[in-house]
Write a protein that binds this ligand. Structure first.
Ligand code: PLP
Length: 443
């Protein structure tokens, strides 16, 4: 039976909001209507300081004029180009620009629109690559506890955040998880990569031994786990993952959906660690968040091994209607210009120490359990209020927005600070001071 559609056009009812407490939001909405630079704007004229770059994506600040005009021009020139069997010049230009800044010999790019699609693309490319090389028995993947790789079935299978997995059944078969690298007792209040924990990479040898390397397609990790609360890798940990995967012919996939495009002071986190993985999934900062776009950079050889078979047939049966969308490529090319012209990756590097010091100055406030700054991102763990997980985090997010003119992303009782890379010292100080009030108010 059809339900009667009586809601007025401005009702909040029909929209089922993602990763949102829908009922709480609709009771007291946190609505933004505009954005410029470091701020969101509300309908009642408030300027709300953006402490998390939207969702880690607006690295160059909101409404950058160069990016805005590139998108406007693209919309008026070529609104859509078929992604399959046809192309448009900017999609190729962007691939070259990305190849030029990618680490090592990662030299081909596959486009998608979201981080989740990029991750599932990377997993499928890994399977296809091994099969093309006559090693189709390599089908297993290894992810990590507390990893977040989006919400596709591939991504939640290799991901390690229980709430995102628990109601979705079996998922991909043949997946193991490395232990999380975060152990608070050993690492609390470290700035940057903690000293303790590199040995946790050796768990990979154990898992590989259990299944035999010949059955393993790839290992996937975020260089810094983002959504689970900003967990920097222990010193030497990623390097060990690289040498173990290399030794066994296993592909190493870095999920750089958050860490690419300056968040850690480099084009890619891989550069910070001097490691070339076999694939890098990226998204978010690519277009400064202005148009959805993501992709996967693959190492030399992964593309080439596919280039056989009949020339009139696709070499990979995979792709999206919006792969390489003209508005997205225009936004991405413009964002890369802005990052280079304004030296934003270097700026992130220069601001890292100040940012870390400023965030760590919150450590003596009530119920602060840990603060983990790295690059221009930081997780702040708080003791839950009245032992109710998430209530304090929610209260801080809500009050910060309504009472302190601060936008902050939270996950349970962890605050995620990751301001646009254009932030100046005063912005960082303001974020800190507003957070100090919110943390104290909810103690
Ligand atoms: N991978 C990582 C590391 C992420 O942080 C995210 C999103 O936050 C994703 C994948 C999924 O991206 P999307 O939400 O665009 O699908």
């Amino acid at each position: 039976m059809k339900t009667q559609k009586t809601a007025p056009p401005n009702s909040l009812d029909a929209y089922w909001m993602p990763f949102t407490a829908n009922r709480a939001f609709k009771a007291v909405p946190r609505m933004v209507v505009g954005a410029k630079g470091m701020h969101y704007l509300t309908a009642d004229g408030r300027r709300v300081l953006d402490a998390t770059s939207g969702l880690y994506c607006v690295n160059a600040g909101h409404a950058n004029p160069h990016i805005v005009s590139a998108i406007q021009k693209a919309a008026a020139t070529l609104d859509y180009a078929p992604a399959f069997q046809f192309g448009h010049p900017q999609a190729f230009e962007l691939a070259h620009r990305l190849q030029a800044i990618a680490p090592g010999d990662l030299d081909h790019v596959f486009y998608a629109s979201s981080g989740s699609e990029a991750i599932d693309t990377a997993l499928k490319v890994a399977l296809s690559y091994h099969r093309r090389r006559g090693e189709g028995h390599r089908t297993r993947f290894i992810g990590r506890e507390r990893g977040y790789h989006g919400v596709g079935f591939g991504g939640i299978s290799v991901g390690g955040m229980s709430p995102n997995r628990k109601v979705y059944g079996n998922m991909l078969s043949g997946v193991d998880h490395l232990p999380t690298t975060y152990v608070r007792d050993k690492q609390a209040f470290s700035a940057g990569e903690p000293e303790w924990g590199a040995h946790l990479a050796d768990e990979l040898e154990r898992i590989i031994g259990l299944h035999d390397p010949s059955n393993i397609a790839g290992v996937i990790v975020e260089p810094v786990a983002g959504s689970t609360g900003c967990l920097p890798p222990p010193k030497g940990y990623l390097e060990r993952l690289r040498s173990i995967t290399d030794a066994h012919g296993i592909l190493l996939i870095f999920d750089e959906v958050i860490t690419a495009f300056g968040r850690l002071g480099h084009a890619f986190a891989s550069d910070r660690y001097g490691i070339a993985p076999d694939m890098i999934a990226f998204a978010k900062g690519l277009t400064n968040g202005a148009v959805p776009m993501s992709g996967v950079l693959v190492r030399a050889g992964i593309y080439e091994v596919h280039m056989d078979g009949p020339e009139h047939l696709p070499e990979l049966y995979h792709g999206f209607t919006y792969s390489g969308h003209p508005l997205a490529t225009a936004a991405a090319l413009a964002a890369l210009d802005v990052y280079a012209d304004e030296g934003l990756f270097e700026r992130a590097k220069q601001n890292e120490a100040l940012f870390a010091q400023t965030m760590l100055s919150l450590r003596d406030l009530p119920g602060v359990l840990d603060i983990r700054p790295i690059g221009m991102m930081c997780g702040i763990d708080l003791a839950p209020a009245n032992r109710t997980v998430g209530a304090r985090g929610f209260a801080i997010m809500d009050r910060a927005f309504h009472e302190l003119d601060l936008y902050i992303r939270v996950g349970a009782d962890t605050l995620i600070v990751a301001p646009p890379l254009i932030a100046i010292a005063d912005d960082i100080e303001q974020i800190r001071n507003k957070l100090a009030v919110a943390i104290a108010q909810t103690a």
